[in-house]
Structures are given as C-alpha cells and as structure tokens.
Design a protein around this ligand. Sequence first.
Ligand code: CMC
Length: 429
Amino acid sequence: MSASASTIIVGDKNVELPIKTGTIGPDVVDIGKLYAQTGKFTFDPGFTSTASCESKITYIDGDEGVLLYRGYPIEQLAENGDFLETAYLMLFGELPSSAQKADFDYRVTRHTMVHDQMNRFFQGFRRDAHPMAVMVACVGALSAFYHDSTDISDESQRMIASLRMIAKMPTLAAMAYKYTIGQPFVYPKNDLDYTSNFLRMCFAVPCEEYVVNPIYARALDKIFILHADHEQNASTSTVRLAGSSGANPFACIAAGIACLWGPAHGGANEAALKMLMEIGHPENVQKYVAKAKDKNDPFRLMGFGHRVYKNYDPRARIMQKTTHEVLNELGIKDDLLEVAVQLEKIALEDEYFIEKKLYPNIDFYSGITLKALGFPTSMFTVLFALARTVGWIAQWAEMIEDPSQKIGRPRQLYIGPDRRDYTPIGQRS
Ligand code: CMC
C-alpha cells in the first residue's frame, strides 16, 4: 500500500492528510488525526464516504458490477467450486489444494453436531417464532456451550470457533425450521457434503429415506457462494464493531444475524418474494412500478437498488440464470418468475430506475429458487445468515489479527439542548 498526502483547509488551518492507496478501488484520505489537528470531526451518516478498515478479503466495484473474493471473480467461484472451497478461500486467503480441501471438509463435517442440550433451548420458543429470532438467540447461546473456544487471544481457539460456527449454522438453521413445523430434529450425516447435509436436515423425516436431489444441492450451494461475503455491509460492520470490544465470536455473529434480519439488508429476499406474490400477475406490474416511483407512497421495489452497485449486481445475473435452470430442470412452472421477468424488464426501461441506477440485486431472484427448493419465505434470511457466516468469521478474524485494531467508537454531531439547570418538579410549567 503506497501513501501520498492531500491538503485540506479547515477553518483557517491548512491540514495535511495522508492518502492511502489499495490494490484496486478508490484511494482513501486518512482522517485519523483530523480531530487532534483541527478540533473537528467528519460527518458521514450511513458511512457513504467512509472506509472503516483495511481488508484483503472482498472487493466490489459497484459501477462496473464486479465482485471478487480474495481476487477471484464471483462468477468463476460459483461456476467451478463449492461453498466450502469458498469458505477456505475466505479464511486462509488462497484456494486449497486437494489435500487441504479434503482436510478442511473433514474438520467442518466433524463439528456439525450441536451440544445436545441445545435441543432443550429450542423448546423454550413458541412454534410460530420467526426462525431469525431463534437464530439470533441460539447462535449467541453457543458461547454458553463452547467455553473452550471463546478466548480470542488464542489463535487455535479462534480457528476452532470459526470451524464450529461454519459447521453448526446449517444444523441450527435446520433445527429452527423443523421446530416451526413441528417435526423432529434430524441429526447431521457425515457422509454427505455440506449443502446436501443441510437439505437432509431440513427435509428428511424419520419415517422414510431421504435422497438428496443433486440439482437442489448444487443450486443451493451456489446461492451460499453468492452470499458468502460482501465487504463492509451493515451486518459485517456490526460483527466487526461488536468484535472490536473483544466480545467472543459467537456473540459477534449473533449481532451480525440481528442486523441482517432487517428488510433493507438480508430480509429483502423474503420481502421480494412477498412483493412478487402480492403483484401476482404480469399485468399488475405497471401499477406496482408506478407505486414505487410515487414519492408519497412508501412502497419500494424489493430486490431492486443497492448502496454500492450502481450497475447490475453480478450476483443477480448468476442468480437469474440459476433460477431459470432450476425451474427448467425440475419442470416447475412458477407464475412468480413471469412476474419477476416482466417487472425487471419494465423497471430497467423506466426513466426513474435508469436515472437512479436501480438494478435488480441478488434478492430479486433468489426467493423464487428457494421457494422451488421447498423453503418457506421465513427461512430465506436464515439461509443468507448461514452463508454470510463465512464472511463474518473471515472479517472478524482479519480484524482481530490486525495490530492497529482498536475498539470502534464513532463520534456525533450533538443537536440536543445546551447545558441547562435542573428545575424541581413543583416549579416546572
Ligand atoms: N424502489 C424504488 N425506489 C428506490 C428503491 C427501490 N427499491 N431503492 C432506492 N430507491 C430510490 C430512493 O427512493 C431514492 O430516491 P430519491 O433520491 O428521489 O430520494 C434513491 O433511489 C436512492 O435510494 P436510497 O435509499 O437513498 O439509497 P441507499 O443506498 O440508502 O439504499 C437500499 C439502498 C438497498 C437500502 C435501497 O435501494 C432499498 O431499499 N432497496 C430495496 C431493499 C433491497 O432490495 N435490499 C437488498 C439489498 S441487497 C442485499 C444485501 O446486501 O443485504
């Protein structure tokens, strides 16, 4: 990383600020000493112009629609690899050799069971609890079960916690699903790959043999790869901020899950499918596009627009192709796909969406595929959390290993009352 400097004028002071250059992407102005030099903070609600850290994991070029994991284009990883290969790449920085991959798969597989007392933890929830509520609680609760991997200063404990988290998320996610539908939990099976194992834990019942459909497994595995990381998004920043205080990794990931839940972030896949169902028929599309454009109507096209992508989300392209493939291969005809295709077509030709650079994001098509695979909408964000756990863990580990890491502590522009004296209650008007 090379460095140069820029000079800015703040009040009557000339302040020299270092400029740092990364491998690719915009340079950053290092304002770390600005307050010490000028007595002023910067103001950037929503962090639209702020880089919060250095990272070697994921790169996005939102104008060009590029997404790289450790330098590798998402299209190549999704086409050629599997999710655990992506997980290895995220954690260790390089693609694994065959022996490394086999060893990694083995280690993750050996951690898929959860402490049996977790079963009782589940019994405390209402059957109609949203599975994301259950996930926030259960992942946080892992720190109450695995005391031997919560010392973050110990590198080997950090690695075990990372493997545990990646391995146990599918088990917990499947348990959350089974609990809501009143079916018995299905234990993991070690001779299945990561994603097939997850499908089995979700859809098998004790009374008959469950055979994993390889088309389902491949499609879901691809969805997991597409969701594995997305640099400093809201939930990843939440994980980093929680971790910056030294909190244990299970608690940090639980914080990430809570943040992901919101409809502007991971909850958008659920919201997008609900929206497609509400639209119902291609002939209603125009009406909903008009609603989305109406300033007085809070309705937004879910699955459209992105803070970073001002071009087609590269994940959405892969997702769109996967959706068509899955429905064709399974011979499913879903009217919602017709609604989605029509909606995308009309929106992409509309001046409002062109001018604001609003394109479909990954959530626009993923819901249709997940529905075809048999998942209810309430599970969509859970699947996102399962996959994103890999990115959260890699980003958390990178932060802990960064020698310049300190607790995250933003400042504010205070706009409340100035100092004033307390008035006794009887003297207040
Ligand atoms: N439908 C209609 N108008 C929109 C939409 C939309 N989906 N998204 C943005 N706009 C308009 C918005 O009203 C604003 O208009 P104006 O400039 O006239 O006030 C302009 O476009 C810019 O929007 P913004 O909300 O200021 O942009 P943002 O970067 O803060 O928000 C976003 C990004 C993703 C929250 C937003 O586009 C959105 O709410 N989209 C729908 C939810 C969604 O699909 N989220 C999934 C994101 S991808 C998965 C993930 O990474 O978690």
